[in-house]
Design a protein around this ligand. Structure first.
Ligand SMILES: [Zn+2]
Length: 259
């Protein structure tokens, strides 16, 4: 019976082809999360001529190994790093919501801001960290993942964006979680996309330094190149990034695994 319902849902609500859309919104809890988690995918979509926007939820004020520093200065440094990186990837716009990094802001407030951007931009696919990652302890990642999920849900419910912002609804077609341990899509990318991702990460010297003779930039680059090959190996795709994709036809109520 379960096999029957699974087959039925697969036919009634097929998985979307991520390449088939026009506008892609990448949501990151902190400056650099998009690049680390899903940068090659963003680079590939830009290379294909798609419209890509980045939305950074927090200001990244605590992105330092020390406690005694000028936080306003670091916020500005990280903002400039993000802008340079987005330019290398090819994102046409970067939005900074500037909530406090690690702060006690309301998940509802960020959900509303993300929802507004989805309908204004008319985002077809929305990327966000997977809040179901079991080892994830950072409240910004958990809150942003959950808030984006809810915003995605309400983007197509006509009355909600109308009542909240006076805007027409625009039903985003798919939600794609990065930083996931339960991927159902291995999105094919090319070596050049991974190299663009690494070049973008090199724009964040405030985050990747040499500490105790350990070059963090070299380490993250090696990890990202290996991760892309490992993900590609699964489907003989060469290189890939792992995503958990939820189409809007299955974002609510169905318990069957989305595959
Ligand atoms: Zn982060």
């Amino acid at each position: 019976m379960r096999i029957f319902t699974k087959a039925l849902i697969k036919v009634a609500a097929p998985m979307p082809d991520l390449d088939s859309f026009q506008r892609y919104l990448f949501v990151g809890p902190h400056p650099d999360d998009i690049e680390v988690g899903v940068g090659a995918t963003a680079a590939k979509l830009c290379r294909m001529g798609k419209e890509v926007e980045f939305l950074i939820v927090t200001d990244g004020r605590y992105g330092s190994d020390t406690a005694d520093y000028d936080k306003e200065e670091l916020i500005e440094i990280r903002k400039q790093e993000t802008l340079k990186s987005a330019e290398i990837i090819g994102a046409k716009k970067v939005i900074f919501l500037t909530y406090d990094d690690g702060g006690d802001y309301s998940e509802t407030d960020i959900k509303n801001d993300i929802l507004k951007e989805i309908v204004e931009f008319k985002a077809d696919v929305v990327f966000t960290p997977d809040p179901l990652l079991k080892t994830e302890c950072h409240s910004d990642h958990l809150k942003v993942g959950r808030a984006t999920s809810t915003a995605f849900m309400f983007s197509g419910i006509a009355g909600v964006p109308k009542d909240k912002f006076g805007l027409e609804a625009y039903a985003a077609k798919a939600l794609a979680y990065y930083y996931t341990e339960i991927p159902n899509v291995r999105y094919k990318v090319k070596k050049q996309d991974v190299e663009t991702q690494i070049k973008a990460l090199q724009q964040f010297p405030s985050q990747f330094k040499v500490v105790d003779n350990m070059d963090q930039m070299k380490m993250i680059s090696a990890y990202i190149r290996f991760r892309a090959l490992r993900a590609g190996f699964w489907r003989f795709k060469g290189r890939a990034e792992e995503l958990r994709v939820v189409p809007n036809s299955r974002m609510h109520c169905f318990a069957e695994k989305v595959k």
